[in-house]
Design a binder for this molecule. Structure first.
Ligand SMILES: Nc1ncnc2c1ncn2[C@@H]1O[C@H](COP(=O)(O)OP(=O)(O)OP(=O)(O)O)[C@@H](O)[C@H]1O
Ligand code: SF4
Ligand SMILES: [Mg+2]
Length: 306
């Protein structure tokens, strides 16, 4: 188990009449036995970042930077290498909207069996029931078709599929969306078990409360850039970037004050700091894009941090 080191990752989409700056200059690392939560408003680039790591971007995407998994650069690797060495084997993905990724006419068991056959030789292949149990499912649940699964069960089937190849890293994209409180609690417990078991988890979420319970570190993304990265309790209890502070202050159990204004359009980012038009600490300096600066293990990209 080697860890992941992402350096200056950028993704641009070319549209007929525009270019989308979906991810810009993102750097972070993730070690086995650690959970990093990636948080930020809808459309800020979280899922595109996950797709870039697994080579799932469409043909109109241009990727720059590197994402090293040991000696392998995921961004430069061919589709064949990613599918034979990485997807499912080293990195398992629990996709956003998991039900949409299941084949409707086959039971969960048929789909999990197929994944296990693809990922393991017969002699060392775990049974579908064993893998399902690790994802919090009962064996009988596997005999259901996707339309018979509740949102929480579809989530667990997706988790079982992501765990099928025993990867050291899991990317879970918005796993708590649509789950009630009891299912969120169960999912939080499952993710913590995966981390305790030595796996790395990249948790992509809007749910800061779930992030607090699972993550060791939190990375806050705004308009495709990381604006704050630090220990979870520091980022949530004393956020230093004005956007991160705004996210925390918008929580119902805090000030419950929404951030004023709207996120920028990624085809037409403002010059300098992208948060400038919404920021109450903006000064002349902010017309230069701020870089992430690390102090005591806590990084902030802001000219006037809180
Ligand atoms: N294939 C594509 N072509 C053009 N733009 C795209 C494409 N895929 C994604 N985008 C754009 O990239 C940006 C980031 O999208 P992404 O799906 O990563 O957001 P997100 O942070 O995951 O949002 P959410 O929280 O709603 O899931 C959005 O502006 C989106 O419209
Ligand atoms: S760099 Fe300036 S505009 Fe951007 S968040 Fe910091 S203070 Fe606000
Ligand atoms: Mg998303």
């Amino acid at each position: 188990m080697v860890g992941l080191t992402v350096d200056s990752l950028s993704v641009r989409f070319t549209l007929p009449d525009a270019r989308v700056a979906a991810v810009s200059d993102v750097s972070f690392s993730l070690a086995p036995g650690e959970c990093l939560a990636l948080v930020g408003e809808s459309g800020c680039g979280k899922s595109v970042l996950a797709s870039a790591l697994l080579g799932f971007l469409p043909g109109n995407a241009e990727v720059a930077g590197s994402a090293m998994l040991g000696p392998l650069d995921l961004l430069a690797a061919s589709d064949q290498v990613l599918s034979q060495q990485v997807r499912g084997r080293q990195i398992g993905l629990v996709p956003q909207s998991p039900a949409a990724h299941l084949t409707p006419v086959r039971t969960a068991r048929a789909q999990l069996d197929e994944a296990l056959r693809h990922l393991h030789p017969a002699e060392t292949r775990p049974s579908a029931d064993e893998v399902a149990k690790r994802a919090g499912l009962q064996p009988a649940d596997l005999d259901l078709y996707p339309h018979q699964l509740s949102g929480g069960m579809a989530q667990r089937v997706a988790t079982a599929l992501a765990l099928a190849g025993d990867p050291w890293m899991i990317i879970a994209d918005e796993p708590t969306t649509g789950l009630d409180r009891a299912l969120v609690d169960a999912l939080v417990a499952e993710l913590r078990l995966l981390v305790a078991d030595g796996r790395a988890v990249l948790l992509i979420t809007h749910d800061l409360a779930a992030a607090r319970r699972v993550a060791d570190r939190i990375a806050v993304m705004y308009a495709g850039r990381l604006v704050e990265v630090g220990p979870a309790h520091e980022v949530l209890d004393s956020p230093r970037h004005p956007y991160a502070r705004g996210l925390v202050d918008s929580l119902p159990d805090r000030a419950f004050t929404p951030i004023r204004g709207l996120p920028p359009v990624l085809t037409d980012l403002p010059p300098g700091c992208a948060f400038g038009p919404r920021c109450d600490r903006v000064t002349a300096e902010c017309s230069d894009s701020p870089q992430l600066t690390v102090l005591n293990g806590h990084a902030v990209a802001c000219h006037n941090p809180c």
